[in-house]
Design a protein around this ligand. Sequence first.
Ligand SMILES: Cc1cc2nc3c(=O)[nH]c(=O)nc-3n(C[C@H](O)[C@H](O)[C@H](O)COP(=O)(O)OP(=O)(O)OC[C@H]3O[C@@H](n4cnc5c(N)ncnc54)[C@H](O)[C@@H]3O)c2cc1C
Length: 376
Amino acid sequence: MSASDARQFKRYKVVAKTAESACITSFVLQPEDGSALPTWQPGQYLIFKFDLEGQSYLRHYSIAAAPGNPAGLRIAVKREAAPAEFPDAPAGVISQHMHDTVHVGDTLVAAGPLGDFVLNQNSERPVLLISGGVGVTPVLAMLQQLVQHSDRRVDFIHGCQDGNLHAFASEVQALVAQRANVHSHLCYLTPTDTDRQHAAFKVEGLLTREHLQSWLPLDDYECYVCGPTPFMQAVWQMLRSLGIAQDRIHYEFFGTATVLEKEPVGSEVAVADEASVSVTPTTAQAVDASGETVEFVGKTSALAWDPAQPSLLDFAEAQGLEPYFNCRSGLCNSCMCTLVSGEVEYVEEPLDMPPEGKVLLCCSKPRGAVVIELAE
Ligand SMILES: Cc1cc2nc3c(=O)[nH]c(=O)nc-3n(C[C@H](O)[C@H](O)[C@H](O)COP(=O)(O)OP(=O)(O)OC[C@H]3O[C@@H](n4cnc5c(N)ncnc54)[C@H](O)[C@@H]3O)c2cc1C
């Protein structure tokens, strides 16, 4: 599928709906017009568009199946309750809608596959797949692909609350059983009596660096991590303290992206909570001679552009800023900001080009010196 095809919204029929755990339900989709399934890479997602009661919503859902899955494109959605700290807040709009209202035979509208959190299939290195909760979805696609199409060592590490909230348990077990060098390590935070009776988990409580050390022989791993932000921060620190290079740790956030690398990593594991993560600029230096600079009005001085950043949105996030975004793909214009001065180039053509004086952060890079005022 071409990049521009992936950016078109298409209609899909729901052909199966399955409860995968007490809070995660999967949906299998086929193109409504009977055309072939799009091709995708393990780890990619679809962006769904919903119109509910006169309001439009875009939501990402990772494809929880390896490419070529004959049943169709499978996604799995966690029902999002109100956060513990805001118990009176409404539950997640779309996840609730998917669980309660979307059934087999219904139509969903989605663009994609998109995203660059994808399995490097040209590598022979052993793979660590580490997920927390519904973060299992993209790495399950990777696990399927690795089991079916490679002989690389794979360690699949998953953490969740208990057996009731553990999605895809038997599917992962069956995949692991297919090859001798594929291993699964389960951590249940608060296992139930039934979990204990079935010896369904390896670790009770939090995953630690010592667990990783005891499971994994010294090797040159490639790691793929997806889960709640505090989980990702803790895992990142553990992997780094075990000597795994930054560029071998690939990760996907299901919410706002956060800076994972704090200070230079020592030998001690710091299991950081969200509030303690420093947002010290990691990429930008003072202005250099290259001429490409970015200033965020009222937030930063003119900083040298980091060519390794895929977009101005990633660059802003690397500075610890949190601009509003939604699709990260130039589809929804949520990240539109004021371009006070300078010019940008679009690395992906926006679906709706923003008007003069505005810029979409998620799909552009600076051309020369730019000054941007972030939307409040
Ligand atoms: C790349 C990517 C891939 C993803 N893949 C998956 C996936 O495979 N599976 C999956 O389940 N999700 C995935 N997500 C997350 C998904 O896109 C949605 O964000 C998620 O389903 C929540 O959407 P919602 O509409 O249900 O919740 P929203 O309505 O957006 O609410 C989000 C949370 O905010 C709370 N909230 C609402 N109002 C308030 C308030 N006033 N104050 C405080 N809190 C409030 C809600 O209770 C809820 O917990 C992915 C996200 C990304 C970016």
